[in-house]
Design a protein around this ligand. Sequence first.
Ligand SMILES: Nc1ncnc2c1ncn2[C@@H]1O[C@H](COP(=O)(O)OP(=O)(O)O)[C@@H](O)[C@H]1O
Ligand SMILES: Cc1ncc(COP(=O)(O)O)c(C=O)c1O
Length: 269
Amino acid sequence: MVKKVLTIAGSDSLSGGGLQADLATFATKGLAAFSVISSIAIIQENAVTIQPVDDQTFATQFESLEQVDHFDAIKVGLLCSVEQIETTYHFLKGYLGPIVVDPVLSFKEGELAVDPEILTAYLDRLLPLATVATPNLNEAIALAHQNYLPRTKSAAVALAKQLSARARCAIYLKAGQQILADHQIDVLMDEDGHLSVIRHETIHSDGNNGAGCTLAAALTARLAFGDELYDAAQRAAEFTRQGIRHAYSLSDKRSDGNVWPNWYLAKNK
Ligand SMILES: Nc1ncnc2c1ncn2[C@@H]1O[C@H](COP(=O)(O)OP(=O)(O)O)[C@@H](O)[C@H]1O
Ligand SMILES: Cc1ncc(COP(=O)(O)O)c(C=O)c1O
């Protein structure tokens, strides 16, 4: 039977994350994917512009989803305002399946200003509904109201633990490469306080635009198939690494690149 998943996300015309990365990831798993678009992100050389959809258009997309009988899992990506968080909260609050919240507050391509009211809305409304949230370090310290970046594994674990307790959900913290030279450290703290550290060698490539979205989408997909959180996280992390290894560049003039979730479909042609 077909599995159905929903992503609530921003569109990125350059496919370096957002809706495009989510749909590409879901397609590799044979999932039927649905979407609610929060915004259009335009990434230019020196600037990231986010154009939110108006509140009514945002809300009406949720109303249209009443025609779909069920979702096997739901992913939440970029939301632009407290109003969008509230509307999403009202849609999700009666939903009993797995919810992955990627609290997108900062882009690799540029910093986003973080409104304290948005942080509060995430903490009080959306995150308590989440099965797991997937912040990167900057997002986690903003949500935990911490003013320094963890530099050790134990500091990253403490941050994940503190955020999990405050947000009342499991946390998959993408602690990145600040902790251990040449390695990426991800910390999974489940709701019962069980800790796992997923550590792997850094792939020396600039092709990780969309890695965070791909990871959260792959996690959503695995949870839709009924995996336990730890297994889902391991498999999503490996899937993302493969996408980074096969990243493609937008043009010969650029050194950075986009994660390619469905690289192996091209190989099988
Ligand atoms: N160069 C890399 N080598 C290996 N894994 C990476 C690399 N860059 C990112 N990842 C992995 O991709 C996932 C997404 O991380 P990251 O890109 O830091 O998230 P975000 O896009 O939200 O900042 C994490 O599991 C991280 O470990
Ligand atoms: C709409 C949107 N959401 C999320 C992201 C975050 O992308 P990443 O997975 O690289 O963190 C981006 C990045 O460009 C984006 O455009």
